[in-house]
Design a protein. Structure first.
Length: 144
C-alpha cells in the first residue's frame, strides 16, 4: 500500500486524542510515525527513527514509538530503555500481534489506537504522571 493511501485511511484526530488521553496518566511519551520509504526491516528502521525524532532525550527515557511502513507492509512498536526494562520483549511481541490482527482487516486506526491505549496503560503503571510533567514530544502523527 502506498503511504498516502494509508494516511488517507487514518483518523488522525482520533489517534491524537488517544495519545493525549494516554499521556494524561503518565510521564511517558507516545508517538506514531509513518514512513514513505520502502524499508527492509521495520525494527532497525524504527530504532533509527526513534533516535532521529529525539525520543531518546525524554527525561525518564520512557518513550514509545509506533513505526509504520505501509509500502513495505511492516510496522514495529518499540520503547526506550527504561520502558523496555520494565516490560520485556514479550510485551512488544503481543502488541505487534494485536496490531497486526487489526491491520489485516484494514482497521488501521483501531490498531494504532489499541496499541496507544495498551502502551499508555503500561507507561501509567511504571511511570505515573508527575506534578511537574510536561508534554516533551508532539502528539501528532508524523511522516517523512
Amino acid at each position: 500500500m502506498k503511504p498516502n493511501e494509508f494516511l488517507n485511511q487514518l483518523e488522525g484526530d482520533r489517534i491524537v486524542a488517544a495519545i493525549r488521553e494516554a499521556e494524561r496518566k503518565t510521564s511517558g511519551e507516545i508517538r506514531v510515525f509513518v514512513t514513505h520509504k520502502k524499508i527492509e526491516n521495520a525494527v532497525p528502521a524504527a530504532q533509527e527513527a526513534f533516535t532521529r525524532l529525539g525520543m531518546t532525550k525524554t527525561r525518564e527515557r520512557n518513550g514509545v514509538l509506533i513505526f509504520i511502513a505501509p509500502r513495505a507492509r511492516q510496522f514495529a512498536v518499540i520503547g526506550d530503555e527504561a520502558v523496555h526494562r520494565r516490560c520485556g520483549e514479550d510485551f512488544w511481541r503481543q502488541l505487534a500481534k494485536e496490531m497486526s490482527s487489526r491491520f489485516k482487516i484494514a482497521h488501521f486506526t483501531d490498531g494504532i489506537v489499541h496499541v496507544v491505549q495498551k502502551a499508555g496503560a503500561l507507561l501509567a503503571e511504571h511511570f505515573p504522571r508527575r506534578d511537574d510533567d510536561r508534554n516533551e514530544l508532539s502528539d501528532r502523527v508524523i511522516q517523512d
